[in-house]
Write a protein of this length. Structure first.
Length: 141
């Protein structure tokens, strides 16, 4: 369990978990896995259903929509988080530009943590609402 606590600081810096306490983050971190992914490997494909999200611990990824590069993300970024909440399709393809190390959180693992600490769901919803408001605000500028 001690090794999982190392990842609490990574989760703390992810917007989705910004409202969570350290104890909440420890429960989430305990349910994650770390995977090393080589450069050139695709983490997720646009249009495919996913059930996990990835937090970059090391490396850089490219995010593409409709084949066009939208952005590059590095350490601390989270991709695929909407898949933690529904069975919808991925909105982008994410490919490792360098060798990467990612913290993998599955929908089932997050649900398990929420079942253990039901109040955590309110914190996640608050963080998602905040992000949606920010995105919505940018849409009308």
């Amino acid at each position: 369990m001690a090794i999982k606590r190392i990842y609490v600081d990574h989760l703390r810096n992810v917007a989705l978990f910004s409202e969570c306490t350290r104890k909440d983050l420890e429960k989430i971190a305990a349910r994650t896995d770390v995977v090393d992914v080589p450069a050139g490997r695709v983490l997720m494909h646009e249009g495919k259903v996913g059930s996990e999200a990835f937090v970059l611990l090391k490396g850089t990824v490219a995010v593409r929509r409709n084949g066009r590069k939208v952005t590059e993300l590095g350490v601390g970024a989270m991709v695929g988080e909407l898949s933690l909440f529904d069975d919808g399709v991925r909105s982008a393809t994410v490919e490792c530009l360098t060798d990467c190390s990612v913290l993998v959180l599955t929908r089932g693992s997050l649900r398990s943590a929420i079942e253990e600490v039901p109040a955590m769901s309110h914190k996640l919803f608050a963080a998602m609402a905040s992000r949606l408001r920010t995105i919505d605000g940018r849409s009308y500028v």
